[in-house]
Design a protein around this ligand. Sequence first.
Ligand code: 6R9
Length: 647
Amino acid sequence: MAQAKYPMPAELKNEARLDPAKYQEMYNQSIADPDTFWSQHGKRITWFTPYGQVKNTQFDKDNVKIEWFRDGTLNACYNCVDRHLPERADKTAIIWEGDDVDEQKHITYRELHEQVTRFANGLKKLGVKKGHRVAIYMPMVPEAAYAMLACARLGAIHSVIFGGFSPNAIADRVNDCEAKVIITANEGRRGGKGVPLKANVDKAVAKGACPTVDNVVVFKHTDTQGDWNDDLDVWWHELIGDCDTDCPAEVMFAEDPLFILYTSGSTGTPKGVLHSTGGYMVYVSMTHEYVFDIREDDIYWCAADVGWITGHSYIVYGPLANGTTTLMFEGVPTYPDETRIAKIIDKHKVNILYTAPTAIRALMAKGDAAARGTKRDSLRILGSVGEPINPEAWEWYHSVIGNSQCPIMDTFWQTETGGIMISPLPAASDMKPGAAMTPFFGVRPALVDNEGNHLEGASSGNLVILDSWPGQARTLWGDHERFEQTYFSTYDGVYFTGDGARIDEDGDLWITGRVDDVLNVSGHRLGTAEIESALVAHEAVAEAAVVGFPHDLKGQGIYVYVTVVDGVDTSDELRAELIKWVRQELSPIATPDHIQWAPGLPKTRSGKIMRRILRKIAANEHESLGDTSTLADPSVVESLIDNRLNK
Ligand code: 6R9
């Protein structure tokens, strides 16, 4: 036994939607005969034309092809909205909790249908058609979901840009996918402060920087007045003023794209991960139902942002496809104080809470105060996502938020996987604090060493997935070669996650974190190369190297080594300026925690920066630097250690 197990509560297991006695048989079938398994489960989605074909996939590194349900036709919006009208028209689809404690809304499925169809007709007036790209840069308001669903209804491909990104990051993403329209709000609200969304879009599109954009649609969320550009800008309410609800859902093939979502990789530019319609909808609705054991009257709350994949799959598409009541929260866990999450749970009688370790750690830092004056007795299941959850945070979440009653689903997955890959299941697995446990149906995880040899039994290695599953990303927008290169070329014939993992004596999986140059800061994925290129764009910087280091609250912090241009003085003012610069160029989430001046960086003779060494110095583990014999100039390392910050 690797760890004391927390058994799944018997009552929950016995009442689970999935029959515990059938789980193993189902899993085995999903692996042995995926065609039959998914042919059966694909029917959970409403198809306009049924599929005859099911799985058609190959992981050959020079010719990766992923197709599911190819000849079937459907519409994602129809599945999330229209198909519920006969049974659930008056059921609440979305509960919106504003940043302000007194602001809330309940939107029924009927209202959702009305809002989405009218807005889709509005987009049509702007010329948006099937296959066009539409960027969405919104706060956490129901209109963000309406915008996504309206695009899906028309067959337009949405690309949601996280509301925390800066103008440059917006422009890069808009230009990469050549978006025709940007949908935004005049202002967002977070923690009692305004977020200048429209002003950021104005800066992004200024001086013709986004030539493909014909219109910016602006939802009026607050009373703030900003600049207005008559050539581009259209108010949301004026656009839909004369629109009715007559808007048939476009008939889409299963492999027609549903959305692009940009995410960080280990090289410079963000990758436009592309998801298609049929397999994604089947996979997110099925994982949502079985991992969270969803029941008809559940109030389900995923406290992520729609700007991330978690928001796409588990605030919008999964729950709405299942006809669930999904709660959307605009604010932050600590505003007006640390009891906010617990109070929302009590206020709306939340049954399922799905959040990230970084939020859990931020609340845990206040001791038990986060639960003060609340009961949380409506909760049945908790979820965690985004990064490894440390056992202390797991225990705190379990005992303080969950009253020691609720199991925690520690769900491992990625933007590229579309939906949950590895997680305990209420019907099937027990729990170990910090372990993601068992693969979902159809998922074949395995570990390989650095040479690609498959490891058997209890072992640690690089996490790969041996075969395709329906929710998998199909390509990177406009760059299939990069898709093949990034995920299928490191180890032949398998999908490489970029994560390390361990399989224990019981066969359970533990995710140990990224093994590539991707950082995970408070659950946000950041490429070291992106931060480095932002830094070298500053006139004082000659060279920069970015590494992660262990951080109590954020999981990983950002440690930066900067070599300045000859003649520039290294001062605290410059340090402050560079921090501000990165925030502006990229995003506040990329704010460096430490900047160390580095007269030189440790490089191999071929000029590659040896980040392994920089990581050790940043983590204050310079006693164990490992092999430094391949360094071009070993003295560089001594000087970096001598000058290490807070030594
Ligand atoms: C859904 C999401 C993906 C990366 C992934 C891994 C880390 C996510 C995790 C986890 C340990 C978990 N990650 N869930 N690590 N345990 N339960 O987060 O997507 O933003 O693409 O990040 O997040 O490192 O590779 P994304």
